[in-house]
Design a protein around this ligand. Structure first.
Ligand code: HPA
Length: 249
């Protein structure tokens, strides 16, 4: 049975509250097992799948996530559209804590991660187009849904994907600002690139948890996990309405 939408949850988002009649699926793919069970159920009358990217107990750090298995598993259960929730830091004006943003560009600063389906000897060499890394039609659907639902959403932005799990230095964030990044997170890549290789529609909903290092009004502010979790919880307030409108389209 097909799945209308797959949602991948990031830091602070380990379940979709409104998902009903939920069954767990955990297909093992040729790339291995996903981060945990995929919860498939009914959300606003549609079949929706949810996967916690870091595992439901947040036990998998960004560089250890099996991004290939996660996406291949979602595809195996019938998903063609993936909305990735990514907890991020804000770098530029307009991207402060508790903002929701739908970026249209990204820069990849990660290293040492398996970032392609072309990894294994003998596998097909893929050179997918990635000029627009997020699927324009899905981004538009998300932006329109937010407008219909009355949920404030920044409609553009450049996501910089860093290696983590440590947070960045002020100099690293200053460089990312010069590069044109508005948001910084640790899980946006290789996920977006792999989604493109797999032929999945993929968009990112960035949930701003904090000002990135040195980027906010208090340049010496220390980022705490509690602030991150509090701000994610507050920013998530409008997400169920946005999802309902997206599924209703
Ligand atoms: N940097 C990287 N990843 C993040 C941050 C940050 O400041 N906040 C939440 N995820």
């Amino acid at each position: 049975m097909s799945v209308e939408l797959a949602v991948i949850g990031g830091t602070g988002v380990y379940a979709l509250g409104e998902l009903a009649d939920v069954e767990a699926q955990q297909p093992v793919t040729k790339y291995g097992a996903p981060s945990g069970p995929i919860r498939v159920g009914t959300y606003a009358g549609s079949r929706v799948a949810f996967l916690a990217r870091h595992g439901e107990g947040h036990s998998i750090p960004p560089h250890k996530i099996n991004y290939r298995a996660n996406l291949a598993a979602l595809q195996a259960i019938g998903a063609t559209r993936v909305l990735a929730l990514n907890t991020v830091g804000g770098i530029t004006e307009g991207f402060g804590p508790r903002v929701l943003a739908c970026p249209d560009q990204l820069i990849d600063y990660t290293w040492g991660r398996i970032s392609t389906l072309s990894e294994e000897p003998g596998s097909e060499v893929l050179h997918v187009d990635f000029g627009d890394p997020y699927t324009p039609s899905l981004r538009k659907a998300v932006i329109d849904a937010a407008a219909r639902a009355g949920v404030a959403l920044v409609e553009t932005g450049c996501y910089g994907a860093t290696q983590g799990p440590r947070l960045e230095t002020k100099a690293e964030i200053a460089r990312m600002r010069r590069d044109g990044c508005d948001l910084v997170g640790m899980t946006g890549m290789p996920e977006a690139g792999l989604a493109r290789e797999l032929g999945l529609d993929y968009a990112c909903l960035g949930i701003v948890a904090n000002w990135a290092a040195g980027a906010g009004p208090d340049v010496d502010e220390v980022i705490t996990l509690q602030d991150v979790l509090d701000n994610v919880a507050a920013a998530m307030d409008g997400v169920p309405r946005l999802l309902r409108a997206l599924l209703d389209a």
